[in-house]
Design a protein around this ligand. Structure first.
Ligand SMILES: [Zn+2]
Length: 611
């Protein structure tokens, strides 16, 4: 529906790109998950539930006449409960459709089922839109009265009203919606069509190969330095050839963002519109970005050490994702499960118990099979029901980390079982808390038990590469965007933007990483910069938040655990600011974000000792 809802879903079910590998394993991995708790007889149940939903939505439409700002609290609650019942039944159908589709995306029956569910649910949702519009229009005094009596629905209701100060008249909103389909949405579609249609040609082991961007990107992590360099050069050669068209698209999108959000909706700055969507105060985002910029030296130091470990004289931007040369250790699935559960148990037995439930109820689909969705996700369907986890387990260390990650999402949702279907899902800024925290617990445990110095070094490199890409790199994208939005407003050209981007990179990498000139076009290759301005700081936010919380855990020990469990149990029932304040964290405080970098600096020091 809304752009934000879409992103939220994408993040909650974040998929980890992983190269498909069909390596044979001695052990059988689960390739069946128990979907019957969702639907017993899919086709019959679908018709039955759609019929029931149709009746409930008709009933919901019937309350329209009763909606008045001074409606009695108990009648208001009744309407919300009806709304929730509709959401619950819909969630069951959506989940079944998506999970079945994931098992085999080529299965025509699964695809038809998913399309039917999506179409029917969208039609039903449209019949219910009037409620949100009415609720947004209620005056503040009456709204405060209704909010006070709304119990667990409160934050959900507040979220609908959050945009009220920036909402225009109904007629104006209609025009904007209408013109957006031929305006910014159309430009985004053109960007996708143009960039997805690009092909790239490089020599691999003496042979010319033409490939998609996805395939080309894999060579950025190739063990052969020449291939890494070739892959980058080809990527930017092809994108640069389209710089005028892509640049024009970008300036159009930036101008549209400004006139929509700053001029019409009166946001104080272009980024403020994104911040409101995330329900994060502007000052918190400023603090986060300042601290990231101030700590670029830690990663510069990291890349100096990495160059030494990889036997390079100095680091070049082409090689920052060079893989570690140590032999990679493999992990059997049947060993990975206890490894992850034990790491969780050592932190909090309750979390291990919850995670065990996911396996016990057979909610994991682990094996890679042809046609199956790539990557991994956790799908939390309803409060109080066990989530589903999809993996493509091939036995790499990264797969074990992914298992820890997805189980983190699962236990987060399970801890929040007491909330409504609208408030048990974590809000976007906190959506990756339990998952990334789970990964940290696992890597500490792995490092502690690992006797081989080489394997340890490999683990640290993999983690720091990942932290660089999710924290520092993303923050610098947003720093560039802030500058770019200002430049476009004062007539900056695509060449000016590219110069500014290159400056941004050279500041980020300092003297320790040489940045070749063609990297000036990198921003043209990042879809988020076009489609979702300023979105990328969510990754820095989520990941640095966990590193900072982990720092507290190390400082406070056991005393930290119940506070953290409370954070999980809050789900999405309060604003991120409130949830963090409840555990004594002020997201506006630079000192808090700095402590996340202290964790990173500790890891870099540890790496130094292995080098
Ligand atoms: Zn995730």
């Amino acid at each position: 529906m809304s752009e934000k809802g879409d992103e939220m879903k994408r993040t909650v079910m974040k998929r980890h790109s992983s190269k498909p590998s069909f390596q044979r394993h001695a052990e059988a991995l689960p390739d069946r998950w128990e979907l019957s708790p969702l639907l017993e007889h899919p086709q019959d149940d679908l018709e039955r539930i759609l019929k029931s939903l149709d009746g409930l939505v008709s009933q919901f439409e019937g309350v329209r006449g009763r909606l008045r700002p001074d409606i009695a609290t108990h009648s208001f609650l009744e309407i919300l409960r009806l709304n929730e019942e509709i959401a619950k039944q819909s969630a069951r159908l959506s989940a079944y459709a998506y999970l079945w589709f994931s098992e085999n995306t080529k299965d025509l029956d699964a695809r038809a089922f998913k399309t039917r569910v999506e179409e029917r649910l969208t039609a039903l949702q449209n019949r219910m839109l009037f409620f949100d519009l009415w609720w947004q229009g209620v005056d503040d005094v009456n709204a405060a009265h209704l909010l006070n009596g709304s119990g667990d629905y409160r934050y959900y209701l507040e979220s609908i009203r959050r945009y009220k100060p920036h909402t225009l008249s109904e007629a104006e909103e209609k025009i904007i919606n209408l013109k957006n389909t031929t305006g910014r949405s159309a430009v985004n579609t053109l960007y996708d069509i143009l960039t997805n249609g690009l092909s790239f040609t490089i020599r691999v082991n003496g042979q010319r190969k033409t490939m998609t961007r996805e395939e080309l990107s894999m060579y950025v992590r190739s063990p052969q330095p020449g291939l890494r360099q070739t892959a980058y050069r080809e990527m930017y050669r092809v994108f640069a050839a389209h710089h005028d068209v892509l640049g024009e698209m970008y300036t159009t999108l930036v101008n549209d963002w400004r006139s929509d959000n700053v001029e019409l909706r009166k946001f104080s700055s272009p980024i403020a519109a994104r911040n409101l969507g995330n329900d994060v105060p502007d000052e918190a985002v400023d603090a986060l970005l300042n601290v990231c910029a101030r700590n670029s030296g830690i990663f510069q130091e990291y890349f100096r050490i990495k160059a030494r470990i990889c036997g390079m004289k100095s680091m070049n931007r082409y090689h920052i994702y060079a893989p570690h040369r140590a032999e990679r250790k493999r992990y059997r699935y049947s060993d990975a499960i206890p490894m992850v559960l034990n790491a969780y148990r050592a932190f909090a037995p309750r979390l291990a118990e919850l995670a065990e439930g996911v396996f016990r109820e057979r909610h994991v689909h682990a094996r890679t099979v042809p046609g199956k969705l790539t990557g991994a996700y956790c799908y939390s369907v309803l409060p109080g029901s066990t989530p589903y986890v999809l993996l493509n387990y091939t036995g790499e260390a990264r797969d074990v980390a992914t298992l820890a990650h997805e189980l983190g999402h699962a236990v987060h949702a399970m801890m929040a079982a007491e909330h409504s279907v609208f408030t048990f899902h974590s809000t976007l800024p906190l959506a990756e808390t339990a998952s990334v925290f789970g990964e940290r617990l696992l890597s500490e445990a792995l490092m502690a038990d690992e006797p081989s110095k080489a394997v340890k070094q490999g683990l640290l490199l993999a983690q720091l590469d990942d932290i660089y890409a999710t924290v520092c790199r993303q923050a610098y994208f947003v720093l560039f965007e802030q500058h770019a939005h200002t430049m476009v407003a004062s007539g900056g050209t695509v060449k000016d933007l590219a110069d500014s981007y290159l400056d941004n990179l050279r500041q980020q990498f300092g003297k320790s990483v040489r940045v070749p000139d063609e990297f000036r076009w990198e921003w043209l290759t990042i879809p988020h910069i076009f489609a979702s301005p300023f979105y990328c700081y969510s990754y820095s936010f989520g990941n640095l938040l966990v590193l900072a919380l982990y720092h507290r855990y190390k400082e406070q020990g056991e005393a930290f655990v119940p506070k953290y469990l409370n954070l999980l149990a809050a789900g999405g029932s309060q604003s991120p600011d409130t949830i963090l304040a409840n555990m004594g964290v002020d997201m506006r405080s630079e000192a808090f974000w700095q402590s996340g970098f202290d964790t990173i600096a500790g890891m870099v020091n540890e790496l130094e000792r292995t080098a």
